[in-house]
Design a protein around this ligand. Structure first.
Ligand code: ZN
Length: 360
């Protein structure tokens, strides 16, 4: 039985109330905590069913708060019944479930009900960033069925990424553009290029910070490039690195706009737009280009052509940088922490991560 409800509307409380009301008729149980050992859970369900021996069997009413295990649990219970040669004339278990399974495909959410897929609205669009199996609470509004509290089971811990949380007070007045759909790129390894495909919309890669706007379906491939071959030239022209150097290839489709991430903090300097350029690396050489707009964390380029590009900041005056503090716990007997203060640049952070992986 699936109990459909909005989170916070008391669905789980209602389910527990049902258990309480039924406690004298059925053997009621709530499954909480770790649910990794499905076989052990199935054994406990059967133990509860047969408690008191033959002739004392009674149906178990089990409240499940994690639907992901439902199918495996059903199989495990059937297996346990067969193994223990249980014969009965009544249902062994009634599973009461508060969460639904579904899937996200191309930024659309589908609920799986009775083997069918039904499209539902996502309560929060920003949570629909990856094509993958999900689970959620299903509710109903005037718009029709709505998926609340979408979770990606494969991403425990950092599921609801909503863009970098930055709280720099120095540049709080600098314009920032919002409403970007966060996407997770596909990457085989950390060093391999990242891939993203997207329908029309505004997207931000949560790994690289690259943003793009497209009116049609696009497929992109991108990876971090090294600034090293360009350093001497940049220095002679009076520029320094202001973000990662990104090598982007448009595989199909066309981009209206890209935004390259930068880590410079411009505070209340009104002339900052004059100090920002983009390095464009081509086969025939490199060029330094004007930008269309500078926002708090990004630099905007309209109708971009590609090959590696990265943000430059004019040198010769002090520029503050947004930094991240990275902490790693070394795999040693005693607690050893490695701390890195690095500019907010995903390529730098990735290098630190690679170094830590090797070191450990
Ligand atoms: Zn700042």
């Amino acid at each position: 039985m699936n109990l459909l409800h909005q989170p916070g509307s008391g669905g789980t409380t209602l389910a527990k109330q049902v258990l309480w009301d039924m406690r004298k008729t059925l053997r009621c149980a709530v499954l909480t905590g770790a649910t990794s050992d499905i076989t052990a859970i199935a054994k406990q369900v059967i133990h509860l069913f047969t408690a008191g021996g033959q002739g004392q069997q009674n149906t178990v009413l089990l409240l499940l708060e994690d639907e992901r295990i439902l199918e495996n649990l059903q199989d495990a219970i059937i297996k346990e019944i067969a193994e223990r040669n249980i014969t009965t004339h009544m249902p062994v278990v009634i599973i009461l479930n508060c969460v639904l399974n579904g899937v996200v495909r191309q930024h659309r959410v589908f609920a799986r009900v009775d083997g069918k897929e039904i499209e539902v609205c996502a309560e929060q669009r920003r949570k629909v960033w990856k094509s993958e199996d999900v689970c959620f609470y299903l509710g109903f509004t005037i718009r029709g069925p709505v998926a609340y509290g979408i979770q990606y089971p494969s991403h425990h811990g950092h599921v609801f990424y909503s863009g970098p949380v930055r709280s720099c007070t120095t540049c709080a007045n600098v314009m920032e553009s919002t409403n970007w759909v966060q996407v997770e790129p596909v990457a085989i390894t950390k060093e391999a290029p990242m891939f993203s495909t997207s329908p029309p919309g505004r997207y931000e890669c949560r790994v690289s910070g690259l943003r793009w706007v497209c009116k049609d379906h696009v497929s992109l491939q991108y990876q971090f490039s090294s600034w090293e071959p360009h350093r001497a030239m940049m220095k002679s022209l009076g520029y320094k690195q202001g973000g990662p150097l990104l090598d982007v290839t448009v595989i199909s489709g066309e981009l209206e706009e890209v935004q390259l991430p930068h880590f410079a903090c411009f505070g209340d300097d009104p002339s900052f737009k004059e100090k920002v350029r983009v390095l464009h690396v081509e086969d025939c050489g490199v060029s330094i280009e004007q930008v269309d707009e500078v926002t708090r964390f990004h630099v905007k380029i309209l109708h971009p052509s590609f090959s590696p590009k990265g943000v430059l900041v004019r040198s010769g005056f002090p520029v503050k940088a947004h930094c991240d503090l990275l902490l790693y716990q070394a795999k040693t007997a005693f607690l050893t922490l490695h701390a890195y203060l690095v500019p907010c640049d995903s390529s730098v952070e990735q290098n630190v991560q690679v170094g830590e992986d090797i070191g450990n």
